[in-house]
Design a protein around this ligand. Structure first.
Ligand code: EPU
Length: 338
């Protein structure tokens, strides 16, 4: 195991923020991970996956463990179902494409989400009507303090909207090493209910879509409004969509009947933060090296050379303005490292 010193993390985070790690180690086996977690040589350790949901605001004075565990395998096949396991360091979208190439359905709506498979459970990634919790069976993790392996079932992960146990009571306590999914090898259960998918499929003239058609439609929608991190640094949605009680929603809606919303259940409503931010005049606005994406106001971007603090300050300005104009608090979805 090689420990490198003073390594730039620019290419390891999709925001493209240029900070240094004092020490850096690439992890390619679970045994090596356990060994380094048990070692007392570096007391502070920082776990890095695909770097797609973090904003780095300063140099990391710790041993950065870059989780680069690779491998995809079929665990079991049973009737229509297949259980597939991907190691944590597999790029999420490449893994989705592999499942599609095998004819396995279930992940098509989650095409083109940046990041790695191992970090997908932490924030319960979701898009176009499907969330990771709908397809994940379990994940394997190593406890940081003891180096012991633990299996988390779907229920044990306590998934919520962009939320899981790994953002709450298990925060910074585990390193996820692999994830298992239940997919369908035949009789695919398609999810085309999301309006944007229906529109895209009808534009493509497809009335009986396959899993590949849905993936293509999702890729087209994402490419039309979300910036490619390889071209323009970003971390996807920077904020979560705020959830209002029926009481607060009724008050908000009386003043803003033009606002889009989703009914989560009879007592809770979700308002698209992108709409709130656009109404505050931020969409497409550039401030120094940072800005708000011109096609999706929920996405903050690095035009090149932005510091994490510049992005953070912009996010605070946005939060303050949304609060002032609508009385609604929006919170970041991205993990801000301060
Ligand atoms: N909207 C605006 N202005 C904007 C952006 C959006 O008015 O600048 C309005 C749209 O017109 C639409 C509504 O907001 O009526 C919803 O927009 P969209 O379908 O783009 O979805 P979203 O709620 O903004 C969420 C996820 C995305 C995911 C999409 C599709 C969150 C925080 N974000 O965005 O996830 O791709 O739905 O399912 O829940 C991510 O987490 O990084 C991410 C990209």
């Amino acid at each position: 195991m090689q420990i490198l010193k003073n390594i730039s993390l620019k290419k390891y985070n999709t925001f493209g923020i240029d900070v240094n790690a004092s020490h850096f180690c690439e992890i390619t086996s679970v045994a090596a991970l356990i060994e380094v977690l048990k070692s007392t040589e570096h007391s502070k350790k920082f776990i890095l996956g695909g770097g797609s949901n973090m904003l780095l605001t300063q140099n990391i004075d710790a041993l950065v463990l870059f989780i680069n565990l690779k491998g995809i395998r079929v665990i079991a096949e049973d009737g229509d179902d297949v259980i597939v396991e991907a190691k944590a360091g597999e790029n999420w979208h490449d893994f989705v494409l592999w499942t599609l190439s095998q004819g396995y359905g279930g992940l098509e709506n989650l095409s083109l989400i940046p990041g790695n498979t191992g970090t997908a459970p932490i924030q319960n990634i979701g898009a176009y009507g499907v969330e990771l919790k709908d397809v994940m069976v379990s994940c394997e993790a190593v406890e940081r303090s003891s180096g012991t392996i633990k299996i988390f079932s779907n229920a044990q992960c306590k998934f919520g909207y962009r939320d899981s146990i790994f953002k709450n009571e298990a925060k910074e306590k585990y390193v996820i090493t692999s994830v298992r999914f239940k997919l369908q090898s035949v009789n695919h259960q398609l999810n085309t209910s999301y309006g944007a998918i229906e529109n895209e499929l009808s534009k493509l003239g497809i009335s009986a879509p396959s899993i590949n058609d849905i993936s293509k439609a999702v890729i087209r929608i994402r490419q039309s409004k979300l910036p490619d991190p390889k071209v323009l640094g970003n971390s996807g949605s920077f904020f979560k969509n705020p959830i209002l009680s029926k009481f607060d929603f009724d008050r908000f809606y009386a003043n803003h009947p033009e606002a889009p919303f989703y009914e989560v259940d009879k007592n809770t409503y979700k308002i698209p933060a992108g709409w709130l931010i656009e109404q505050c005049g931020f969409k497409g606005k550039r401030i120094g090296n940072t800005g708000v994406h011109e096609k999706q106001a929920l996405v903050l971007v690095n035009y090149g050379g932005a510091t994490g603090n510049e992005v953070f300050q912009l996010s605070q300005r946005i939060q303050e303005k949304v609060k002032e104009q609508f009385g609604i608090t929006i919170v970041s979805e991205v993990n801000i490292i301060r």
